[in-house]
Design a protein around this ligand. Structure first.
Ligand code: SAM
Length: 304
C-alpha cells in the first residue's frame, strides 16, 4: 500500500471496489444508525471527554462544526453557503445538518442505494425534502455541472477513492468560484525525506484494514496538499486531528460488544462482521502514528 505521489499514475482501482463499497454500506448502515444515529463518522473530542453514547453523538456533531470553523465557512447571511454537495453522504447526516444550519440546498451522493433511500426518507420525515436530495452516484464522475456548489463537503469518504487526484479535481470542478472545499479523511503518515514507502509492517496493517473496509491505496496529508496545489486551489490548509478522535474506535468496539451490538452484528452479514473484526487495527494504526485523521480545506479561485 505505497503512498501515491502526485507525479505517479494512480494504481488501477481494485476490481469490484465500487460494488464492495456499496454492498458494505447497504449491509451495515441500518445497524450503524440503530446504535450510533445518522452520522457515520468519527467524533471530535477534548482529551478525557466522552462517557455515554450521548457524548459520542455530540462529538460527531462537533466534528462537523470543527471542520466548518477550520475552513472559516461564514455564518453571515450574505456569505453563508447556499448550495452544498455532500460527497460520500452516508444516510445524509451532514446533508441535513448543513441544509438546516445554512438554509441551503444540499445534494448528496453515495454508492449505496440503501443509504440514498434511507437518507431521503429521513429528509422527508424532517420536512427537508425541498432542500435535501440524495442519489446514487460516483464521486469520481459526479452528475453535476461545473461550478455549482458554495460548499463541497467530503466527510470520511476520501479514503474509499481509488484515484485521489481525480477525486479532488471533481470536488474542485463542481465547486462554485470562491467556493470552499472540505475533505476530512483517513491518511497514512507523511513519509520522511529518506523514505520512498511505508515500512513493511505498516503496509501489512493497512492492507488488513483495506481488505475489510473496501479501501484502495491510502495517501498522506502532504499528497493531498500537493494535489490541491497542483489544481491551483487556494488557501490550502491541513491539520492532524488524530488525537481528537482517539476515544472513537474504543467506543465503537464497546458498542459492538453490547447485547444489541452482538445480536445485530450476527444478523447483519459477513461484510459487517469482517469490518467489526478489524476495528482494533484502527486503534493500533493511530497508536503507531501510522493512521492520521486529517482535515484538508481549500478554496476554488474566483469571486467569493
Ligand atoms: C464512512 S461513510 C461516511 C458517510 C457520511 N459522510 C457521514 O459522515 O455520515 C463513507 C461514504 O462514502 C461513500 N463513498 C465511497 N466511495 C464513493 C464513491 N466513489 N462515490 C460516492 N460515494 C462514495 C459511501 O457510499 C459512504 O456513503
Amino acid at each position: 500500500m505505497a503512498s501515491p505521489t502526485t507525479a505517479q499514475a494512480p494504481a488501477p482501482a481494485p476490481p469490484g471496489l465500487k460494488e464492495g463499497i456499496a454492498g458494505l454500506y447497504d449491509e451495515s448502515s441500518g445497524l450503524w444508525e440503530s446504535i450510533w444515529g445518522d452520522h457515520m463518522h468519527h467524533g471530535f473530542y477534548d482529551s478525557g471527554e466522552a462517557a455515554s453514547m450521548a457524548d459520542h453523538r455530540r462529538a460527531q456533531i462537533r466534528m462537523i462544526e470543527e471542520a466548518l470553523a477550520f475552513a472559516a465557512v461564514p455564518d453571515d447571511p450574505e456569505k453563508k453557503p447556499k448550495t452544498v454537495v455532500d460527497v460520500g453522504c452516508g444516510i445524509g447526516g451532514s446533508s441535513r445538518y448543513l441544509a438546516k444550519k445554512y438554509g441551503a440546498q444540499c445534494k448528496g451522493i453515495t454508492l449505496s442505494p440503501v443509504q440514498a433511500e434511507r437518507g431521503n426518507a429521513l429528509a422527508a420525515a424532517q420536512g427537508l425534502s425541498d432542500q435535501v436530495s440524495l442519489q446514487v452516484a460516483d464521486a469520481l464522475e459526479q452528475p453535476f455541472p461545473d461550478g455549482q456548489f458554495d460548499l463541497v463537503w467530503s466527510m470520511e469518504s476520501g479514503e474509499h477513492m481509488p484515484d485521489k487526484s481525480k477525486f479532488v479535481s471533481e470536488l474542485a470542478r463542481v465547486a462554485a468560484p470562491g467556493g470552499t472545499i472540505i475533505i476530512v479523511t483517513w491518511c497514512h503518515r507523511n513519509l520522511e525525506p529518506s523514505e520512498t514507502s511505508l515500512k513493511p509492517d505498516e503496509l501489512n496493517l493497512l492492507k488488513r484494514i483495506c481488505d475489510a473496509y473496501y479501501l484502495p491505496d491510502w495517501c498522506s496529508p502532504s499528497d493531498y496538499v500537493s494535489i490541491a496545489k497542483s489544481l491551483s486551489l487556494e488557501d490550502v490548509k491541513t491539520a492532524d486531528w488524530s488525537e481528537n478522535v482517539a476515544p472513537f474506535w474504543p467506543a465503537v468496539i464497546k458498542s459492538a460488544l453490547t447485547w444489541k451490538g452482538i445480536t445485530s452484528l450476527l444478523t447483519s452479514g459477513w461484510k459487517t462482521i469482517r469490518g467489526a473484526m478489524v476495528m482494533p487495527l484502527m486503534i493500533q494504526g493511530y497508536k503507531k502514528g501510522l493512521i492520521k485523521f486529517t482535515i484538508i480545506t481549500c478554496r476554488k479561485p474566483g469571486a467569493a
